[in-house]
Design a protein around this ligand. Structure first.
Ligand code: GLA
Length: 444
């Protein structure tokens, strides 16, 4: 579809007036994967690719959704108290998440509808957070329909924290990284984000390197099949946290307040990373732990452990490697803090090394890599990247690469040839690009 977004809106909805325009950028995470939901830091940046929407309020309470992308059919729902999720993978879930979340948190007196057209140059399923960008854009549109403005009525970080919870509506147990960087990102800087409470520190990007994104072109749609794969790590981390809490209660002779793993560092115990690692080893056996053993340690029935902590995680006869997940948390926490310091020190070599270590941990400890992502990172390092790792939820999507500025052209050419032409056997030039930051989401 050609033309401006306003023209496309008029074509979709008839000449209904001058729509309001909003944008929300995608993001690429430099380092800090699967840590946010445990309250441990991350280091992403916005990218120039974004979701744009044109929207007009309606007074009949109907939410009409149109998308310029042919994969996303027209959909509609009513803005009432009974907003229920559509089947996983249905794109209206992101608009529903935003609207239901705002209704729940802000309890507006009216329930206006809207006519909304979404358009994007941000690929979906590439690990670049197209889903959260859509949630944020829809939230801005709905706030506008309610007469609320960003910053004036609702600070950016408050909205980000609210939408992180709201997005659980789609069934993924994600953390708050994506909504925070999409709303609070700044041009030319990365965001070091801490959680509970949400804090954002902007950090300089290297001036001797570019951040290059390579899409493996294996789709990882968080709302679709990848959803239960994604949820496995948050669920096992929460279970690991319970094992740690149980162990602490035994050691101290009383309950210690640890709501999430990050509280070990930031809560009353204030552990160092070394101390947290030692505690993990006392609390959880090495290797896969059978369900009955987990239940015995928690003094619970196995069915209770499944119902309370594992939920949709498939039953594994051999057990669950919880210690590996906990070790990833400790290692990734240290890497994010060191990477933040490397950014301020302009030490690209150190940052690259940390990114490589992060990829290895995501692959070996979390099991979220794929053969394609592993191959793509290997080729990237051979093609001159200082660091290469998967970015985002994993199970497909893209890699993020730190490439010396003077080698970028050769890098793109070599990775295109060796990964796309030789490994996948097809041309994929558009899937490799230099990431350029953009401002946080807002009105256009
Ligand atoms: C997804 C989630 C985030 C985060 C990443 C992994 O993008 O939405 O909250 O957990 O995966 O780091």
């Amino acid at each position: 579809m050609r033309g401006t977004l306003t023209e496309k809106f008029r074509a979709a909805f008839g000449d209904a007036g001058e729509p309001r325009l909003f944008r929300a950028p995608g993001r690429v995470n430099l380092i800090g994967e699967h840590t946010d939901y445990n309250g441990l830091p991350v280091l992403p940046m916005t990218i120039a690719q974004e979701i744009r929407i044109a929207v007009l309020p309606r007074d009949d309470g109907r939410m009409l959704l149109r998308n310029t992308h042919p994969d996303f059919p027209p959909l509609e729902f009513a803005n009432d108290d009974a907003i229920a999720p559509s089947p996983p993978g249905s794109w209206d879930n992101y608009a529903k998440a935003a609207v239901a979340g705002i209704n729940q948190c802000l309890t507006p007196h009216t329930r206006p509808g809207f006519s909304l057209l979404a358009d994007a140059d941000l690929p979906n399923g590439a690990g670049l957070s197209s889903s959260s960008a859509l949630v944020v854009a829809c939230a801005l549109a709905y706030m506008d329909a309610l007469g609320l403005s960003l910053e004036h009525d609702l600070p950016r970080l408050k909205l980000a924290a609210m939408l992180a919870d709201a997005e659980h509506f789609v069934g993924t147990r994600g953390g708050g990284m994506d909504q925070a960087v999409i709303l609070a990102g700044t041009v030319g800087r990365a965001c070091k984000i801490d959680f509970f409470p949400l804090r954002v520190e902007s950090a300089p990007l290297p001036d001797d390197c570019e951040v290059v994104v390579c899409d493996s072109t294996v789709k990882a749609e968080k709302s679709g099949a990848a959803r239960s794969l994604y949820n496995m790590n948050p669920r096992l981390c929460h279970l690991g946290c319970e094992l740690v809490r149980t162990r602490l209660a035994e050691e101290f002779g009383e309950e210690v307040e640890v709501e999430r793993l990050g509280d070990l560092w930031y809560g009353p115990l204030c552990l160092t990373t070394r101390e947290a690692e030692a505690l993990f080893m006392r609390a959880v056996p090495e290797g896969p732990v059978p369900l009955v053993e987990i239940a015995r340690r928690l003094r619970q029935k196995p069915e209770k452990v499944v119902a309370r902590w594992l939920e949709e995680v498939p039953v594994m006869d051999g057990g669950y490697d919880i210690l590996a997940r906990l070790r990833h948390q400790a290692g990734e926490y240290r890497r994010v803090e060191t990477a933040r310091d490397a950014l301020f020190a302009g030490d690209s070599a150190a940052l690259g090394q940390l990114m490589n270590e992060s990829h290895a941990s995501c692959r070996d400890m979390l099991g979220i890599s794929t053969p394609e992502l592993d191959r793509l990172t290997e080729i990237a390092l051979e093609a001159g990247a200082l660091g290469a790792r998967l970015t985002g939820a994993g199970f497909g999507g893209a890699t993020v690469n730190l490439v010396p500025a003077n080698r970028v052209e050769r890098f793109i050419e070599t990775v295109g040839r060796r990964y796309h032409e030789e490994y996948l056997g097809r041309d994929g030039d558009a899937s490799i690009f230099v990431a350029r930051t953009s401002a946080g989401a807002g009105p256009v």
